[in-house]
Design a protein around this ligand. Sequence first.
Ligand SMILES: [Cu+2]
Length: 67
Amino acid sequence: MMQSITLNVQGMSCNHCVNSIEGAVKELGGYAKVNLADSTVTVEYDESKLAIETIKQTIEDQGYSVI
Ligand SMILES: [Cu+2]
């Protein structure tokens, strides 16, 4: 079943950040849409294949803080 969750993420400032996060989540098999103005990332993923903790960790590994 597809889940959609909006995360608050600190440290995103430019298009590079957008591409890093959206690309990393895509590699996991999910979908991410960054909103720089709101400092949020909306992720859509199949919860039977991907855990939210994995998505959060991947965003952290890119150098950002999920709060
Ligand atoms: Cu940036």
